[in-house]
Design a protein around this ligand. Structure first.
Ligand code: ADP
Length: 483
C-alpha cells in the first residue's frame, strides 16, 4: 500500500514529517498514516507540475493517450486490489467499489480518445487580407480537489481530461480517502506517465487550497464537494482570476407518475438513492409520487429496503456499508428526528445501528419516510444517507413545481411511460442531469454537472475537454501578390 505523496515522480512525506490516520469507517481500524502536508508541500507539487508542463504539452495527443490508456488498463487489471483498498477507507460494498474502479478507468480511456479530437477552427474572415484561426490550447497547471464518496472516479474524471488536453496536475484528495488516490499515482508511474505530470498531496485542506490559489501558475481548479466549500473557493479564485469547475451539492427530486412502470421506478430508486449508503451528490433527496401509484410504489420500495443487508463492505453479502464518519451519522440522525418531530411517519428503517461485533455504530437502516412536508430539514438540505422521504402529488404541473423548488440543480429523475410527458418534463426540470426512466445516468460519455448552486462546468463527454482548454484566436493579416 502506498502511503507517501507523489511529487515530481518521487514518493515523499510532508516537509514536517507530520502524518494523519486514515480509518476504516466500518471498524475504526487505522488503515494507514499519510502525510499531513501544508502550503510548502503544495508549492513543491506545483513546482513539479510547472516543470513537467512544457514537455507534456509538446507531445502529440496520441503520445499522451498511450500512457493514459495503459493507466486505465492497469486499473481494470488490478480492480480487486484497488476495490478492497477503497472499501477499507471509504466503506462502500465491494461490488460497488469494483464498479467504481471500472467507472473511474472509463473516464481516463474516454478522455484519452477525446484528446485526439481537440479541433481548431478556421472562420471566414471579416475583411480581405485577414484570416481567422482558432486554436485550443491546454490551460496549463491544473489542481483537482476531490471528495471521499467516490475516491477514484472523482479524481479520474478530472485527471483524465486534464492530461489528455496537455495539462499537468496537482491532486488533493479528501482526507478520508487518500489511499485510493495514492494507488492511482503508483499505477500512473507503471503506465509510463512522466514524472511531475501527476502530483498528489494530502494534508491540511485549507492550507493546501490557499497555496494553490495563491500561485499564479495554477490556471484552473476543478473541485467536487460541498456548496459551502465551493463558495469559499470562488472567493479564493478571485485574486488570480483562476478558472473553476465546481461540482457541488445536490437535492435531487425523483418523480413517479401514474403512467410509470412502477417496478422500474422502484429499481431506479434503489440504485439512485441507496448506492453508497445514500452518499452521492446525485442521490434523490425528495421522492414525489402521484396519487394513483403512491401505495404501490411505497409498498414495493419498503419491501425491497427490508431485504438490504447492513455490514462491512468487505462482506460480499452486504448492500449498505457504514456512513463515512460521526458527523455524517449526526446529520442523518438529525434529519430523521426532525422529520419525525414534524409529523413524518417511518414506514421502514429509521435507526442507526451497530450491525455486528467489531463494527462501529455508523450504519443507517434503509429508511422510508411518509407524510413528509416542505418544512422538514430533509426537504431542503442534502441528507447524504440512505433515507427516502416520500410525498404525494396529483398533477404534472404540481410535480414540476415541487421538483424545481430548490436552490440546487444537479440531478433529477422521473418515471413515466408517456412519450410526450417524458419530453415535457425533461425540458422543464431545472437540473443539469435528468434520469428519465433511468436511476443511474452517470457515464464517461455524457456531460455531468449542475446548474444553480450545484455549480458549473461539465465532466465527461467531449464537453469536459473545454474545461482544460483555452480558446486562442489568431487574426492573421496577409497580403496578396501584386496582380
Ligand atoms: P464533503 O462534504 O464531501 O466532505 P467538502 O467540500 O468538505 O465535501 O470536501 C471536498 C474536498 O474539499 C475535500 O478534498 C476537502 O479536503 C476539500 N476542502 C475542504 N475545505 C477546503 C478549503 N477551505 N480549501 C480547499 N479545499 C478544501
Amino acid at each position: 500500500m502506498q502511503t507517501l505523496n507523489l511529487i515530481a515522480g518521487e514518493w515523499v512525506g510532508a516537509p514536517t514529517g507530520a502524518t494523519f490516520p486514515v480509518t476504516d469507517p466500518a471498524t475504526d481500524d487505522v488503515v494507514a498514516e499519510v502525510p499531513r502536508g501544508g502550503a510548502e508541500h503544495a508549492r513543491a507539487a506545483i513546482d513539479a507540475a510547472a516543470a513537467a508542463l512544457p514537455g507534456w504539452r509538446a507531445l502529440t495527443a496520441a503520445d499522451r493517450a498511450r500512457p493514459l490508456r495503459r493507466l486505465a488498463e492497469l486499473m481494470v487489471e488490478q480492480r480487486e486490489r484497488l476495490a478492497r483498498l477503497m472499501t477499507r477507507e471509504q466503506g462502500k460494498p465491494l461490488a460497488e467499489a469494483r464498479g467504481e474502479i471500472d467507472y473511474a478507468a472509463s473516464f481516463i480511456e474516454h478522455a484519452a480518445e477525446e484528446g485526439k479530437r481537440v479541433l481548431g477552427e478556421v472562420i471566414p474572415a471579416s475583411r480581405p487580407g485577414q484570416r481567422i484561426v482558432v486554436l485550443r490550447q491546454p490551460v496549463g497547471v491544473v489542481a483537482a480537489i476531490t471528495p471521499w464518496n467516490f475516491p477514484a472516479a472523482m479524481i479520474t474524471r478530472k485527471l483524465g481530461p486534464a492530461l489528455a488536453a496537455g495539462c499537468t496536475i496537482v491532486v488533493k484528495p479528501a482526507e478520508q480517502t487518500p489511499l485510493s488516490a495514492l494507488a492511482l499515482g503508483e499505477l500512473s508511474i507503471d503506465a509510463g506517465i512522466p514524472r511531475g505530470v501527476i502530483n498528489i498531496v494530502t494534508g491540511d485542506a485549507a492550507a493546501i487550497g490557499e497555496a494553490i490559489f495563491a500561485d499564479a501558475r495554477v490556471r484552473k481548479v476543478s473541485f467536487t464537494g460541498s456548496t459551502e466549500v465551493g463558495r469559499k473557493l470562488m472567493v479564493a479564485a478571485a485574486p488570480n482570476v483562476v478558472r473553476l469547475s465546481l461540482e457541488l451539492g445536490g437535492h435531487a427530486p425523483f418523480l413517479v407518475f401514474d403512467d410509470a412502470d412502477v417496478d422500474a421506478a422502484v429499481t431506479g430508486a434503489i440504485k439512485s438513492k441507496f448506492r453508497n449508503a445514500g452518499q452521492t451528490c446525485i442521490c434523490p433527496n425528495r421522492f414525489f409520487v402521484q396519487d394513483g401509484v403512491y401505495d404501490e410504489f411505497v409498498g414495493k420500495l419498503a419491501k425491497q429496503l427490508q431485504t438490504m443487508v447492513l455490514g462491512s463492505g468487505l462482506d460480499d453479502a452486504v448492500s449498505i456499508g457504514p456512513l463515512i464518519d460521526d458527523d455524517a451519522v449526526a446529520k442523518v440522525r438529525d434529519h430523521i428526528e426532525d422529520a419525525r418531530a414534524r409529523g413524518a411517519i417511518v414506514r421502514t428503517g429509521g435507526e442507526i445501528v451497530r450491525p455486528g461485533p467489531g463494527l462501529t455504530a455508523r450504519f443507517c437502516r434503509p429508511t422510508l419516510l411518509e407524510g413528509v412536508d416542505a418544512s422538514m430539514k430533509l426537504s431542503v438540505e442534502e441528507t447524504f444517507g440512505p433515507v427516502a422521504p416520500v410525498r404525494r402529488f396529483s398533477s404534472e404541473a404540481q410535480a414540476i413545481e415541487l421538483a424545481n423548488a430548490s436552490p440546487f440543480g444537479l440531478a433529477s429523475y422521473f418515471y413515466t411511460r408517456d412519450a410526450s410527458r417524458l419530453w415535457r418534463v425533461a425540458e422543464r426540470l431545472e437540473y443539469g442531469i435528468v434520469g428519465a426512466n433511468d436511476g443511474a445516468p452517470s457515464t464517461a460519455q455524457a456531460p455531468f454537472g449542475g446548474v444553480k448552486t450545484s455549480g458549473f462546468g461539465r465532466e465527461g463527454g467531449h464537453h469536459v475537454m473545454h474545461e482544460y482548454l483555452d480558446v486562442k484566436y489568431v487574426s492573421i493579416g496577409i497580403t496578396e501578390p501584386n496582380a
